[in-house]
Design a binder for this molecule. Structure first.
Ligand code: AMP
Length: 119
């Protein structure tokens, strides 16, 4: 169930500000408020999707295509398309998703090391 009070829903409605990087009919990209790399930008769909599980099952082909195209455009806008970047989308509790509106992180601007910390 989508919760309209989540922080990214408020950003989409213009109720709280963001540092916008890119926008089109289906997506918005903005800077993460707590960056974990020199480049840390979030790409979100404008539609009400809680996570990748919801989005992959219920979004239109146009929305899904737009999100992936937006990732490429943001990587180019942020200057990391050739140096390299990482995309990550946390879905659900085991992944520590903290905002229940689908978001794709784009990290870059330094060597990011191996994919996950082994525990
Ligand atoms: P996740 O843990 O994958 O759900 O990531 C949520 C991300 O949203 C975190 O990296 C937060 O720093 C980021 N975040 C939370 N509030 C805001 C905000 N108002 N503007 C931009 N990024 C935010």
């Amino acid at each position: 169930m989508y919760d309209d009070t989540n922080i990214f829903a408020k950003i989409l409605r213009g109720e709280i500000p963001c540092k916008k990087v890119y926008e089109d009919d289906h997506t918005l990209a903005f800077e993460d408020i707590n960056p974990e790399a020199p480049v840390h930008t979030l790409v979100i769909p404008k539609g009400k999707y809680t996570s990748m599980k919801d989005f992959s099952a219920n979004a239109s082909d146009a929305e899904i295509g737009a999100l992936i195209r937006a990732v490429g455009k943001v990587a180019a806008l942020k200057g990391v398309e050739d140096s390299g970047f990482r995309i990550l989308s946390n879905a659900g509790d085991d992944a520590h998703q903290t905002v229940a509106h689908l978001h794709v992180h784009i990290f870059g601007g330094r060597f990011l090391g191996p994919m996950l910390t082994k525990k």
